[in-house]
Design a binder for this molecule. Structure first.
Ligand SMILES: *[C@@H]1O[C@H](CO)[C@@H](O)[C@H](O)[C@H]1NC(C)=O
Ligand SMILES: *[C@@H]1O[C@H](CO)[C@@H](O)[C@H](O)[C@H]1NC(C)=O
Ligand SMILES: *[C@@H]1O[C@H](CO)[C@@H](O)[C@H](O)[C@H]1NC(C)=O
Ligand SMILES: *[C@@H]1O[C@H](CO)[C@@H](O)[C@H](O)[C@H]1NC(C)=O
Ligand SMILES: *[C@@H]1O[C@H](CO)[C@@H](O)[C@H](O)[C@H]1NC(C)=O
Ligand SMILES: *[C@@H]1O[C@H](CO)[C@@H](O)[C@H](O)[C@H]1NC(C)=O
Ligand SMILES: *[C@@H]1O[C@H](CO)[C@@H](O)[C@H](O)[C@H]1NC(C)=O
Length: 477
């Protein structure tokens, strides 16, 4: 369920105290400022006492700013945080090791970013050391800005949509897991899909939804069943042949007299993965629904798009490279140098990374390397993700929303998904496996997008509060 441990004593709001730090070009836009102290506490979310994080759900308006000041008073480890917001960010605030130095224990660091061109349900988490597995995550909800006519206001607020028999509520569901896809369903109730990953969707009913690692969905659920009963809400692991670990919650009708009863609603046929693929294929972007701007990336006619580069990225199951267990894309297991690539680029430090990531899997033994995709600013890149592993994989590209132009079995061994990305957001962007094991073992790559014209309009300048590390440590103020 979309909730996280919230402890009010841990967080504070400040309004209008933050202007000095913002780029003046944005003065006048609303902003919010959150000051967090992140620490561990002991709780028993699964019945066993363990260290967990104290975090909260953030909610703010589109085009607002978020500043996060994070002090790690107790945490023994370094952190890099990243926001689940996926496009229009600037690389300096992306919170992955290729762009940001880790925040040392006991330090404060403030993230400042503008929330643009995206609405909906996201989550944030630390990007290092499996801290997500200890509960280090929370929800971010981006609402339409008040000044933008909001066609969807009733829907956002989950008010009665005129259905004769019941109210409609919005459920925001995130898979913040580590490796396992989930199937989400509510006994006897339809899930009307309305939003995923910051885009409104064509509204369609589903009886259940496969939610892969890292994915976020919003459903409208109408309370249209017999009101004297309660109903089961179930999230079960998918494709692992086990219903034992299902999470079960109760949907309680306010006047209900009877507990939920009957068998839990069924999982889809586990031996037939194509049903999951068909479901994913059925999701369509609703281009007429209001977001910040109706079509932030402009209008394109598919037939007229010139694809500048095609990258076929093939994953493989973990394998040994130099005696260590690693994962790869095109036979390259990513190595994160102690100097973030983005800082190396900014200060012209050579030899930290190479712009030589291969367009296709290479016919050679796998290697560990810091190899980056050289993207063409304002070009269209087609990325085909080819799954050679035996489990479902999901991938995340920072900095962009993209179009999924196809997915299927066949053509290549295993299943594949093709994406088309318009490279209009300059920066250095991380593309990674969402499965934390696969990611941390090396299944990620960066995409460099540089505007050849030198201007601060396409990319924000190095922030004042940059943390330096690696060969640039001496620049730390
Ligand atoms: C971090 O910020 C908090 C709250 O603003 C402050 O009390 C603390 O001294 C700061 N710590 C460091 C190391 O700057
Ligand atoms: C979805 O299902 C609900 C009943 O649960 C129904 O009222 C609604 O018309 C359906 N919407 C669509 C788009 O199929
Ligand atoms: C797209 O969104 C608009 C505005 O919210 C809504 O009225 C319309 O029903 C949606 N279209 C489809 C096909 O779901
Ligand atoms: C689950 O069981 C099916 C049928 O017995 C089998 O084909 C499949 O490989 C199993 N999957 C896993 C992940 O064990
Ligand atoms: C599940 O899918 C498998 C593979 O497509 C098929 O052989 C089997 O009959 C299906 N089972 C049910 C209950 O539909
Ligand atoms: C990267 O691509 C740009 C064109 O987008 C090209 O000018 C540049 O030479 C390329 N760099 C390398 C190292 O290939
Ligand atoms: C992985 O790739 C190898 C070599 O191309 C192929 O033989 C094998 O069938 C593939 N496996 C999967 C699960 O795609």
């Amino acid at each position: 369920m979309p909730s996280a441990a919230i402890s009010k004593s841990w967080w504070f709001f400040y309004f209008n105290s933050f202007v000095g730090l913002l780029n003046l070009a944005f003065a006048g836009d609303p902003f919010v400022y959150y000051d967090w102290t992140i620490s561990y506490t002991t709780a028993s979310p699964l019945g066993v006492k363990q260290q967990v994080f104290l975090l909260q759900i953030l909610q703010f308006k589109q085009l607002g700013f978020l500043g996060k000041s994070i002090g790690h008073q107790f945490g023994p480890k370094k952190f890099v945080w990243r926001n689940g917001l996926q496009h229009r960010r600037n690389s300096w605030q992306d919170g992955v090791l290729g762009t940001n130095c880790p925040i040392p224990a006991g330090w404060n660091w403030t993230y400042v970013f503008q929330v643009k061109d995206q609405i909906g349900s996201f989550f944030y988490f630390p990007s290092t050391n499996f801290q997500r597995a200890a509960g280090g995550y929370g929800g971010i909800i981006i609402n339409n800005r008040d000044v933008i006519p909001d066609l969807r206001k009733d829907v956002e607020n989950g008010v009665d949509l005129g259905s004769p028999d019941g109210k409609t509520y919005r459920f925001r569901v995130h898979n913040v897991g580590i490796t396992t896809s989930l199937n989400f369903r509510i006994q006897n109730h339809n899930l009307l899909l309305v939003e995923t990953e910051g885009s409104y969707t064509v509204q369609q009913n589903y009886s259940n939804m496969d939610i892969h690692v890292g994915q976020s969905y919003s459903f409208l659920v109408t309370m249209d069943q017999i009101a004297s009963n309660d109903y089961y809400i179930v999230a079960s692991p998918r494709f692992v042949n086990s219903t034992k670990a299902s999470g079960v919650a109760i949907l309680h009708y306010s006047n209900s007299q009877n507990p939920a009863s009957g068998p839990l609603p069924d999982l889809p046929n586990e031996s037939d993965p194509s049903s999951s693929m068909n479901q994913a294929r059925s999701i369509r972007m609703n281009v007429s629904a209001g977001a910040a701007r109706p079509n932030p990336q402009g209008s394109f006619k598919y037939g007229e798009i010139t694809v500048t580069d095609v990258f076929l990225l093939q994953n493989r199951p973990p394998e040994l490279i130099n005696g260590k267990r690693r994962t790869t894309l095109n036979g390259i297991s990513f190595f994160a140098p102690s100097t973030p690539l983005k800082l190396a680029q900014q200060f012209n430090v050579l030899g930290i990374y190479k712009l030589d990531f291969p367009n296709r899997p290479m016919n050679r033994p796998p290697i560990v390397d810091t190899s980056v995709i050289n993207g063409t600013y304002r070009g269209f890149i087609e990325i085909i993700l080819q799954n050679n592993d035996t489990t479902v994989q999901s991938y995340h590209l920072d900095g962009y929303a993209f179009f999924v132009v196809g997915m299927d079995y066949g053509v290549f061994p295993g299943a594949w998904t093709a994406l088309l990305v318009y490279l209009d957001n300059a920066g250095l962007w991380n593309l990674r496996a969402q499965n934390l094991d696969s990611w941390y073992l090396g299944q990620e790559v960066y995409l460099s997008v540089v505007n050849p014209e030198v201007t601060e309009k396409t990319e924000l300048p190095l922030p004042e509060n940059t943390i330096y590390c690696g060969v640039l440590s001496s620049l730390q103020k």
